[in-house]
Every structure is written in C-alpha cells, then in structure tokens.
Design a protein around this ligand. Structure first.
Ligand code: PBG
Length: 322
C-alpha cells in the first residue's frame, strides 16, 4: 500500500493549526460601511431589496456612526438623496446639500470616524445620468468642473476622503487640482478606478433613486468583458493623483482586483455592491444558504484576491462576528 509522503491534512486537524497557517484574515478596520442619507427628520426607512440597510435622515447619523465605531468599523461612505433634482445636479455641490449637512453632523458628533463621500451626479440629476447632458450625450469635460466643485464642497464640509464614481475621463486630476488650490491637500482621493457597467447595481439604484431615465451607463462605465482596459484606467488615475484604487463590483471581478494588487503599489479597495449583498441575503432568507458563512466567505475571497479595503453593506454584521 502506498502512503502519501506529504499530508496537507496534518495542518487542518484543528482550529488552532488552521489559524496558525491561515493566509488571509478579515478585520473590522478594513471595512467601509455605506450610508444612504435622506431628507426629513427621524427617518429610518429600510430598503426593500437590501434587508438590514436603511435610508437615514441626518439626525440619525451620529448614532449610526457611534455604533460603527463601537464595532471597530471606522470608515463610512456617504450617498445622498437630495430634496430635489435638476438637469445639472446642483444638489451635489450645494453648501447646505444633504451630504454637506451629513458630513458636518457626523464630524461634529463623532469626529474620530473617517468620512468618505461618493462623488457623482447621478443621485442629483433629473435624468439620472452621472454627468451633464449636451446633445443627448454625457459631456465629459463639462461634467469635470461640476464634479470638482462637488468634491470641494465635501472637503469644505469636513470630509476626510472623496471617492469619485462617475467614470468621466480626467476627473481624478481635476478634483486633485481643485482640492489642492483650496488648501485641501490632505483630503485623499479613493478613485472608483475600475467601475464596470454592471447589473449588480440594481438595488442601489432603487435605494438612491438614481437609475437613468433613458439609456444606460455603458457610454462611461467599463465593459464587463474587458480586463486589460482596467490597467489603463488605473494607470490614468495613478498619474492623476489617486491615493486608493477601487474595483467595483467585487465578486464577479476578483481577477481584476488581483491584477491591480500585482501591478500597482497603491492600496486597493473593492466594493461588494448592492446586488452582491441582495443576492446573499435573499438566498439566506429562503434558507438556501448559511448567511454568516457566505458573508464571511465572500468577504474573505475579496481580501484573498488582493483587496486591502472592502466597502460592504455587511460591514456591521461582519464586524459583530470578528
Ligand atoms: C453612483 C454609484 C453607484 C454605486 C455607487 N456609486 C450606482 C451606479 O453607478 O449606478 C453602486 C453601489 C452599489 O450597487 O452598491 N454612480
């Protein structure tokens, strides 16, 4: 009878040994929790396609931020639902806009927490596109100025980091220059460097009411078929001054996360998006999957692929287990 010479099972015999040789770990401090901020008072509305995720009015934010801190989740990313929308997304950079108020509230009450803001126009435009429309097309260069104003207004309100998610060409450079000219050279940019035109954003678009009224986002977000193009996008953002490179979505793009990790020495982030969360929650609700285990396994796989930072709606739930 043949005996195997090397037996990998020796190191899997109990949890101590498995922990000793574990290559990848999860920690609450590398998770970023997304918050949806809505107008009104004492509002806490659960998003139907994202069980456990709520739209919160500004007065609810401090309590939420404190809870995150207690769980060891030290970073938030904010998305806003403005009172009203218009064709040019004015609400995105209004000094008293929903996000500007949200940043001030959190920074006043829970200053230790890192506040990151999503910089995009789609939640603020009546047509739902991520930029200014001229002649039926999203006008890249006209949009840059509005994005830079938006990022600046977030910095002025106290944001620690801005995260442009619009996919206009040249926006990282434009935002960096505007921040620097206004003495916000310490405000970091986490660029949604590689953002695919994905169907996994469905629940988010309900949550933030930002689905395009006409057409789709394939004219600016990336084609899911492309990998080499991800390197070009990331290279441009590095040259323009991005501090952190993000890949989005995460689970269907683990190869892209690995590629950025190998090619760049910048910190890499990945966004486990609304559809990824909804999918796991829905299957778990039917008893088809073990919720805690698929949550942990999905997040671990994103880390193993090379993400230093994970933006996830599971942040609080995962942190409770860590
Ligand atoms: C804004 C933005 C979107 C998401 C993050 N920022 C929506 C989109 O591009 O359609 C998606 C996040 C998620 O699905 O969880 N442009």
């Amino acid at each position: 009878m043949m005996h195997p010479e090397y037996r990998p099972r020796r190191l899997r015999r109990n949890e101590n040994l498995r922990a000793l040789v574990r290559e990848t770990t999860l920690s609450a401090s590398s998770l970023v929790y997304p918050l949806f901020v809505m107008p009104g008072k004492k509002k806490r509305e659960e998003i139907s396609s994202m069980p456990g995720v709520f739209r919160l009015s500004v007065d609810q934010l401090a309590a939420e931020a404190k809870e995150c801190r207690q769980l060891g989740v030290n970073s938030l990313i904010l998305f806003g639902l403005p009172e009203k929308k218009d064709r040019v997304g004015s609400g995105a950079h209004a000094p008293d806009g929903i996000i500007q108020r949200a940043i001030k509230e959190i920074k006043n009450k829970v200053p230790e927490i890192t506040v990151i803001t999503d910089v995009c126009l789609c939640e603020y435009t009546s047509h739902g596109h991520c930029g200014i429309i001229h002649h039926k097309e999203v006008d890249n260069d006209a949009t840059l100025e509005v994005l830079a104003r938006t990022a600046l207004s977030h910095a002025q309100a106290g944001a620690d980091m801005v995260a442009p998610s619009d996919m206009m060409d040249g926006r990282v450079g434009e935002i960096r220059a505007t921040l620097d000219e206004n003495n916000f050279d310490q405000v970091a940019i986490m660029s949604y460097a590689v953002k695919y035109a994905s169907a996994f954003y469905g629940p988010f678009r309900d949550a933030a009411d930002c689905a395009p009224q006409e057409g789709d986002r394939r004219g600016y977000q990336m084609d899911p078929a492309n990998a080499r193009e991800a390197l070009r996008e990331a290279t441009l953002d590095v040259e323009e001054g991005a501090d952190i490179l993000m890949v989005k979505p995460a689970m269907a793009y683990l190869d892209i996360i690995r590629m950025l990790r190998d090619e760049f020495d910048h910190p890499t982030a990945a966004y486990q998006v609304s559809g990824e969360y909804a999918m796991l929650k829905a299957a778990a609700a039917r008893g088809w999957l073990d919720e805690e285990r698929v949550m942990a396994e999905s997040l671990l796989s994103i880390r193993r692929a090379g993400a230093d930072i994970i933006l996830t709606y599971f942040a609080k739930q995962m942190a409770k287990l860590l």
